[in-house]
Design a protein around this ligand. Structure first.
Ligand SMILES: *Cc1c(COP(=O)(O)O)cnc(C)c1O
Length: 465
């Protein structure tokens, strides 16, 4: 059987795409003028498009293809599971082996007493589960007034009503009447852009203390939980100062609130441990998981819940669930993905080989005239574009103008690197070799050089006042 892409010229596919396919997070008019790039195939850390270009995927798809593309084992497991039991639900006192086995495996890998999994189809769904589950938990404990979630500006927790409300993306809130009530956002620990003259350590502590200030202002009897990503991903790979998480943990320990770590990106090896919570010394009551759980080969997510919360919830029915909660094919594929991550020592490869290599290679970009900082943790990294390194200045042009130009030069050089406003980000598959890291960084440097020329020619190197 021929894939459809081999029958049709790229231009025709692009026309059909523009006519019928509504893309997420895309300016449709701009895309229609240009035509979408059509990805047809993947192997390891590489992708191919319908024009035959070989592309280095610096983003692991969308932060998710941790084991790389083209692992036949996952395809075989999916085919076997589809033949045996393509679907059954986990509602109403039934279950099946893939969901059982995956829940048990996640409980084994997860730190502390995080021993229970509520499955969802995605990270967004899992965070919606968390919203309802935590409020329900407090109600069961006789404290129904504890409903307020504290989250952070520029956080990303998903795109559904609940998860986008938890997220701190202003542009998202402006569309569709968000956030939902009783969700409060504090500032992010983004030292580079917001730290002013403070040292990163001072600034990290001050930003963490905003949590305590918010708890005291709102009232501890009203606050249900704090939710945050160990490292903000979609917000621009914002690595918090070392002082941040210990202070957050202290505050959560002191006050009666739950701590939710959104591990959708950091989970399953991204930071060089199984979970970002381990890298940053966080002890969450609940972890949100998705993405790397199945390396993106199947859509699946979930909430990993501690003993204490699960115990309280075990009295009575939680009226919540998704048709595809614990979907057998997705669960079987996720389990096989975890087997590969574990047996091939991929998390150790990140910690001992790939992350130190990336830290050096990526860090070397800091000498580029356009780069204000180049930072990484595990296999996620970012750099700030700036017209004036010494002042950590922003551009006078609209935010994202320089970032977009740099991203386009990166794509033109067959590297997928994203921009978040004027920050460039990468998060390659965890199996990337030191040689491919060098190639990635060399292409990133070329993109920076070319973007620098364009910015100069178009007189866009001016700093904001
Ligand atoms: C991607 C992401 C989500 C949402 O996951 P979806 O599967 O896209 O719904 C939630 N939290 C974080 C931290 C993410 O990066």
């Amino acid at each position: 059987m021929q894939p459809i892409t081999n029958h049709m010229p790229t231009a025709e596919l692009q026309a059909l795409d523009a006519a019928h396919h509504m893309h997420p997070f895309t300016d449709e008019a701009a895309l229609a003028r240009k035509g979408a790039r059509i990805i047809t195939r993947g192997r390891g850390v590489r992708l191919w498009d319908s024009e035959g270009n070989e592309i280095l995927d610096g983003m692991a798809g969308l932060w998710c293809v941790n084991i790389g593309y083209g692992r036949d084992e996952l395809a075989e497991v999916a085919a076997r599971q589809m033949r045996e039991l393509p679907f059954y639900n986990t509602f109403f006192q039934t279950t099946h082996v893939p969901a059982i086995a995956l829940a048990a495996k996640i409980a084994e890998l997860a730190p502390g007493n995080l021993n229970h999994v509520f499955f969802a189809g995605s990270g967004s769904e899992a965070n919606d589960t968390n919203l309802r589950m935590v409020r329900h938990y407090w109600a069961l404990k006789g404290k129904p007034e504890k409903t307020v979630f504290i989250a952070r500006k520029n956080a990303y927790h998903g795109s559904s009503m609940g998860s986008a409300s938890l997220g701190g993306m202003q542009a998202m809130h402006a569309q569709g009447g968000l956030p939902l009530p009783d969700i409060h956002h504090i500032d992010q620990p983004h030292w580079y852009l917001e730290g002013g003259d403070h040292s990163p350590e001072e600034f990290g502590r001050a930003r963490a203390r905003q949590l305590e200030e918010a708890i005291l202002a709102i009232g501890e009897d009203r606050v249900a939980a704090f939710i945050a990503e160990p490292v903000q991903g979609a917000g621009g790979v914002i690595i918090p100062p070392d002082s941040y998480w210990p202070e957050i943990q202290r505050i959560c320990d002191k006050h009666e609130i739950l701590l939710i770590a959104d591990e959708v990106i950091c989970g399953f090896g991204r930071t060089g441990t199984w979970f970002g919570s381990q890298t940053y010394g966080i002890r969450p009551h609940i972890m949100t998981i998705a993405k790397g759980l199945s390396s993106g080969y199947q859509p699946i997510g979930g909430s990993v819940v501690c003993d204490e919360v699960a115990e309280v919830l075990s009295h009575g029915e939680f009226y919540h669930g998704y048709t595809y909660s614990g979907h057998p094919v997705a669960a079987a594929v996720a389990l096989e993905n975890l087997r590969i991550l574990e047996e091939e020592g991929i998390v150790g490869h990140v910690r001992d080989v790939a992350a130190p290599h990336l830290a050096d290679a990526w860090g070397s970009l800091a000498d580029h005239p356009l780069v204000g900082e180049a930072v990484s943790t595990g296999l996620m990294a970012s750099l700030a574009l700036t017209p004036d390194k010494a002042r950590r200045a922003r551009f006078a042009a609209a935010p994202g103008t320089a970032g977009y130009i740099c991203r386009e030069r990166s794509f033109a050089n067959n590297l997928i690197m994203r921009h978040v406003a004027d920050r460039m980000v990468i998060a390659p598959p965890l199996v990337i070799t030191p040689e491919d890291i060098d190639l990635l960084v060399a292409r990133a440097r070329t993109a920076l050089d070319e973007a620098h020329v364009i910015l100069r020619e178009e007189d866009l190197l001016k700093a904001a006042a």
